[in-house]
Write a protein that binds this ligand. Sequence first.
Ligand code: NAP
Length: 257
Amino acid sequence: MRIDLTGKRALVLGASGGLGGAIARGLGEAGARVAVSSRSGDKLASQFPDAGTYPRIVADLATPGIGRTIAAQALDVLGGVDILVNNSGGPPPTTALGATEAQWRAQFDAMVMALVDLTGALVPGMRERGWGRIVTVASSGIVAPIPNLALSNALRSALLGWSKTLAGEVAGDGVTVNLVLPGRIATSRVEALDKANAQRSGRSLEEVAAAALATIPAGRYGAPEEFAAAAVFLASPQASYITGTTLRVDGGALRNV
Ligand SMILES: NC(=O)c1ccc[n+]([C@@H]2O[C@H](COP(=O)([O-])OP(=O)(O)OC[C@H]3O[C@@H](n4cnc5c(N)ncnc54)[C@H](OP(=O)(O)O)[C@@H]3O)[C@@H](O)[C@H]2O)c1
């Protein structure tokens, strides 16, 4: 099986690094033209210097109403969007009672509302063409909530309910809607979380990483490219009958079926 996305147009959010960057690269390598978006034009330009294959859209998902604006820019630069990868920045670590109302609202806007709006603006074109792929990056925390990541656990569970509902609404039009759940994939976000954990618990970074590794049957953190491979597959023509599902990419870390 060879994944060929020649002629497909993709939009990837959170694409200047980490998981989004690896997904954008994977889609581009499979032949798609990929609009890459994040807050930093400089980071996007250094990661994706070929603006012909990877046009850049600089936008902050925390800006009210930004979902529609990004959608309009993507349609303008690509002429249509066949593959949408919903990926946001991660929220700060906090206990369930530790976040302020302002934090809950701001993170809801950036992590949920912006993606819902953006998707709503792009789905009609996909339905008209009878082909579309929506892949949303969530977290293993929606299956087994992760201590001290209450904002992530809660808001990504909202994305789960939304994604599954949408999948049922558009399946008959050739549009698939799925979530990919990272366990611990080695990115700057995971490094920052490990550092914060070490500081909080008074342990060394090595001790924190060793404790995390002990919970992963594969015995290592995943590579961004391993995560991207799952997302690219879900975005491919071959994944046409897979919708409304969640795909774990966690080296076996989630122990339940
Ligand atoms: N890595 C993992 O193992 C893992 C596990 C569970 C969940 N996740 C979640 O998956 C997502 C991606 O993870 P990652 O590890 O790739 O994170 P990352 O390395 O921190 O990358 C996040 C990306 O999102 C962009 N971004 C951040 N805030 C943004 C905003 N307000 N508006 C627009 N773009 C924004 C960043 O670029 P700019 O700075 O240029 O904006 C960057 O490209 C995160 O939400 C993370 O919480 C990751």
